[in-house]
Design a binder for this molecule. Structure first.
Ligand code: HAM
Length: 415
């Protein structure tokens, strides 16, 4: 037997309705906010992620599925959605569309990480990118969109953490202050953080190593280093969230694992799915598009990890409706009865009803058992007697009520 690769999952027929429900809800909520779908390739030239995600990040340094194709080009499976959207936005001249451009996507992503609950090597994101406005109102709207998605799914108990990591200018001053603070404890940092000290010290704030955590506990806070413009921006985001009655906590430790962020960053975190509790992460990226040769156009977005979301919903017992139910199962025995059932099934399917009949030569009892297993809403029986009277014996499986119904009236009954 050949097994699936580590960190990947099959979605089996018994579970696919859950994915369809998540995707349908994502599309619905994105639509309510005026977003349209964008689909970009599953793989890109590696450079897209070097420029976009940034070459001091864990994603680029350790986690990308990169290979040479047969034409010796370096290709990478997308580790996230934003860089590809930014590339496509510039390449297709989407800045000529009415702005802000409101885009969404549902996409597989690939990261070579150590698999654990909620962390896979192939996972799926529902992502949003609103491009073209630097207004703080769009930050608040993007956060509200994520919140609406969770509300629509009936998910409670997520905590929204927000922070501002400022613009290039604020960060220059902050990084200098942070290096100065960390200098005294440099030798106690983990090896990775020693590297980060030189390349991107803010990433040290994200390190899970207990020793590094202890060191960074008293580190200077980025919020104390924001320029006036970034400070005003963050104040406005906060006041709009409050106006919309959205609860949030400020967490100066959120720096996010990708290089493109500026100003607002945020995460929605659950405490009931273990260590990988961040179901949604996002933020503003005002300097990303120019990396792809575009006009300097601001943007903001987020991505929700759908596997984590499902885990969270299952752990919290949130109901996921199954819309794949069968409306009617027609049990039958005998050649003529089968033909009648076959024709009724065809006519009702033509009208959009989900109808099943037996193709396995089962006895009547096991046909009932099967109907029960597939959760048919109604079961109809056609035996010799029913056939001669032009009726079907129809049972409502929820109420248990049973009655004879003329075959031409079945639709009225099961509607
Ligand atoms: P990210 O924080 O790297 O951000 O990922 C977003 C979400 O994807 C995470 O919160 C998590 O739910 C899910 N995720 C990440 N890695 C894995 C994994 N290995 N297994 C399962 N789920 C995972 C981004 O990707 C940004 N592109 C988000 C964004 C869009 N920022 C602006 N626009």
């Amino acid at each position: 037997m050949v097994n699936l690769p580590k960190g990947t999952k099959d979605v089996l027929p018994k579970d696919s309705y859950k994915w369809q429900y998540l995707e349908k809800t994502a599309r619905k909520v994105a639509g309510i906010f005026g977003a349209l779908e964008i689909r970009t390739p599953t793989f890109e030239h590696t450079e897209v992620f070097l420029r976009g995600v940034g070459n001091t990040t864990d994603i680029v340094n350790k986690e990308m599925y990169t290979f040479l194709d047969k034409g010796e080009r370096s290709i990478t499976l997308k580790p996230e959605g934003t860089a590809g959207v930014a590339r496509a936005f510039v390449e297709n001249g989407l800045s000529n569309l009415p702005l802000p451009a409101k885009l969404y996507y549902i996409t597989p992503c690939f990261r070579y990480e150590r698999p654990q609950a909620g962390r896979l090597r192939e996972f799926h994101q529902f992502g949003i990118e609103f491009i073209g406005s630097k207004d703080a109102g769009i930050d608040a709207e993007v956060i509200l969109l994520a919140k609406s998605f969770f509300d629509e799914l009936g998910i409670k108990n997520l905590t929204l953490y927000i922070n501002s990591i400022g613009c290039k200018e604020c960060r220059k001053n902050y990084q200098a202050a942070l290096r100065e603070y960390l200098k005294a404890n440099y030798d106690s940092l983990c090896d990775l953080c020693k590297e980060r000290y030189h390349t991107n010290p803010m990433r040290i704030l994200d390190c899970k190593n207990p020793e590094c955590k202890k060191i960074t506990a008293g580190a200077p806070k980025i919020l104390d280093y924001l320029c006036d413009d970034c400070k005003d921006h963050f104040e406005k985001v906060k006041s709009l969230l409050s106006l919309a009655n959205v609860e949030y906590q400020i967490d100066a430790g959120i720096v996010r694992g990708l290089d493109y962020y500026t100003k607002t960053v945020f995460e929605f975190v659950s405490n009931n799915i273990g260590a990988q509790g961040t179901v949604c992460g996002g933020g503003r990226y005002d300097d990303l598009l120019e990396q792809f040769g575009g006009n300097n156009m601001p943007g903001i977005g987020f991505a929700v990890g759908l596997e984590r979301l499902l885990l969270l919903m299952e752990n919290a017992g949130v109901l996921i409706p199954n819309s794949n139910a069968i409306d009617l199962y027609i049990a039958n025995i005998g050649e003529k009865e089968y033909e009648k059932a076959f024709v009724i099934a065809k006519d009702l399917r033509d009208k959009g009803y989900a109808v099943e009949i037996d193709h396995m030569g089962r006895g009547i009892k096991s046909q009932f058992k099967f109907a029960d297993k597939i959760k048919a809403k109604y079961v109809g029986v056609i035996g010799e007697d029913e056939l001669s009277r032009g009726v079907i014996k129809l049972k409502n499986m929820a109420s248990g009520e049973e009655k004879d119904v003329l075959t031409q009236n079945i639709e009225e009954e099961i509607r």
